[in-house]
Design a protein around this ligand. Structure first.
Ligand SMILES: Cc1ncc(COP(=O)(O)O)c(C=O)c1O
Length: 383
C-alpha cells in the first residue's frame, strides 16, 4: 500500500528522530548558547545591543538586500512593509488566496481590503497572468497615475506576492505588471530565506520584502522577522517606526510620530547570528533531503513539488500533490492514526476564512485545485 510505503520511507530517512517526526523543528548546534550567554552577561538582552546590528548585517549580506531591519516577527515586518508601501485605510491590496493568514491579516491591520487572486500550479504562488487579467478587467489607471478598482473606486496601492514553501514565484513578471499599473510590490518571503530567482534572493525584488524567523522556519530567532529593501529612505523610516519613532537625543525622550514597538530584542538577535552561521549547511542538508524525496516520489508516480525553472528553492516545506481531495483526506487520516510522521494539508484558502469571506477574488481555479491535493511532509534538517 502506497501510504505505508511513504511513511516507512520517511521514518527511514529521519532515523532516530522523535516520533511523530515533526514537519520542521529548529536545530541548535552552533554558537547559540555562547552568544546568548554573552548577551546575558552583558545585560543587553532587550531593545538595544550589538547582536541586533550584527544580525541585520548578516542577513543583508546573505540576501544581497541593500538594507535589513529586524522586527519582533514576520507579521510585524509585513505590517510595517505595507505601511511604508503607502497602504492606507480603505485601499485594496492584491494578494494570493494560497498563503498563510498572516499575509492577509497584515493587510487588514492597515485598514485595507485584501483581494485574492489565483496561483500558478508549479510555483504555488501568485500567477502574473491572474494579476494582469484582474487589473485589465476590473481596474483602471486614472489621471493621478494610480490604479483604482473600477467598481468600488478603491485605490490599489500594493500587491503582496508570497513564495510558498520557499519556492520562488514568477517575481520578475509580477514586478513588471505592478510597475505598469504603479502598484507597490511587497514580497512575503517569510518562508524563503535561502531561495533565489535567477540568482537573486527572494524578497529583494519588490519595493520591500520580509522574512520570518519563527521556530518552524529554516533558521529561527525564537520569534523574529526582517524587513528587506534596497531603498535607503524606506530603511531609515522602517528603523524609526519599528523603534517607537523615538527622536535621537542625548537625554530627551521624545517621539515624532505614532511608532511601533516592533524591534527584535538583542537576545533573539543573538540566536539569529548563531543560526545564520549555520544557514549554508542547513540549506545543503535540506536540498539533499528534497533530492531523496523527489527520487522516491517519482518512483511511486506521485508528483513532488520541485523548484521552478531558473530558481533555487530552500525547500522549506516539502510537498506532494495527491490525486484529489479524497486521496488527500485518506492519506492525512492514515498518517494521523499511524502516529509516525506529521503531515498537513495546504492552508484553507483565504477567501474561505470567515473574516475574509466577503473579499473580492478571481476564479481561483488553480488555488482550489492545489488546496484539494497538496500535503506537506517532514522537512527538517537531518544532521
Ligand atoms: C507566508 C508567511 N507570511 C507571514 C508569516 C508570519 O511570520 P511570523 O510567524 O514570524 O509572524 C509566516 C509564518 O509564520 C508565513 O509563513
Amino acid at each position: 500500500m502506497i501510504f505505508k510505503e511513504i511513511v516507512e520511507f520517511i521514518e527511514d530517512l529521519f532515523g532516530e528522530c522523535e516520533k511523530p517526526i515533526p514537519l520542521h523543528s529548529p536545530i541548535f548546534c552552533g554558537n547559540e548558547k555562547k552568544y546568548i550567554n554573552e548577551c546575558i552577561d552583558s545585560t543587553f538582552v532587550s531593545s538595544t545591543g550589538e547582536f541586533v546590528d550584527r544580525f541585520e548585517e548578516m542577513v543583508a549580506s546573505f540576501t544581497g538586500a541593500g538594507y535589513a531591519v529586524s522586527t519582533v516577527n514576520g507579521t510585524a515586518a509585513l505590517h510595517m512593509a505595507l505601511m511604508l508601501a503607502g497602504v492606507k485605510s480603505g485601499d485594496n491590496v492584491l494578494t494570493q488566496a494560497v498563503t498563510f493568514v498572516a499575509t492577509t491579516n497584515a493587510i487588514t491591520y492597515c485598514g485595507a481590503h485584501p483581494v485574492f487572486l489565483d496561483s500558478d500550479r508549479d510555483t504555488l504562488g501568485l500567477s502574473p497572468e491572474a494579476l494582469e487579467a484582474f487589473l485589465a478587467e476590473y481596474c483602471e489607471k486614472r489621471d493621478d497615475g494610480f490604479t483604482y478598482d473600477r467598481e468600488m473606486g478603491r485605490r490599489i496601492t500594493a500587491c503582496v506576492a508570497m513564495h510558498v514553501f520557499g519556492h520562488p514565484v514568477r517575481i520578475e513578471e509580477i514586478k513588471s505588471v505592478c510597475e505598469r499599473y504603479n502598484i507597490a510590490l511587497v514580497e512575503d518571503a517569510a518562508e524563503s530565506l535561502g531561495s533565489f530567482f535567477k540568482g537573486r534572493h527572494t524578497g529583494t525584488f519588490g519595493n520591500l520584502g520580509i522574512l520570518s524567523f519563527n521556530g518552524n522556519k529554516t533558521i529561527t530567532t525564537g520569534g523574529g522577522g526582517m524587513l528587506l529593501t534596497n531603498d535607503a529612505e524606506l530603511a531609515k523610516k522602517a528603523k524609526h517606526l519599528t523603534t517607537t519613532a523615538k527622536v535621537s537625543h542625548p537625554w530627551e525622550l521624545s517621539h515624532d510620530s505614532i511608532g511601533y514597538n516592533y524591534r527584535l530584542p538583542n537576545i533573539n538577535a543573538a540566536l539569529g547570528c548563531a543560526q545564520m552561521e549555520m544557514l549554508p549547511l542547513f540549506l545543503e542538508k535540506k536540498r539533499e533531503l528534497s533530492i531523496r524525496y523527489k527520487k522516491f516520489f517519482e518512483s511511486l508516480g506521485v508528483p513532488f513539488v520541485s523548484e521552478p525553472v531558473e530558481c533555487r528553492s530552500n525547500y522549506w516545506l516539502n510537498a506532494i500533490i495527491l490525486d484529489g481531495v479524497r486521496e488527500r483526506n485518506e492519506f492525512l487520516e492514515y498518517v494521523n492514526n499511524n502516529g509516525v510522521i506529521v503531515t498537513r494539508p495546504l492552508w484553507t484558502l483565504m477567501n474561505k476564512l470567515p473574516m475574509y469571506a466577503g473579499c473580492k477574488t478571481d476564479g481561483l481555479e488553480n488555488a482550489r485545485w492545489l488546496e484539494e491535493r497538496i500535503v506537506n511532509i517532514p522537512s527538517g534538517v537531518i544532521m
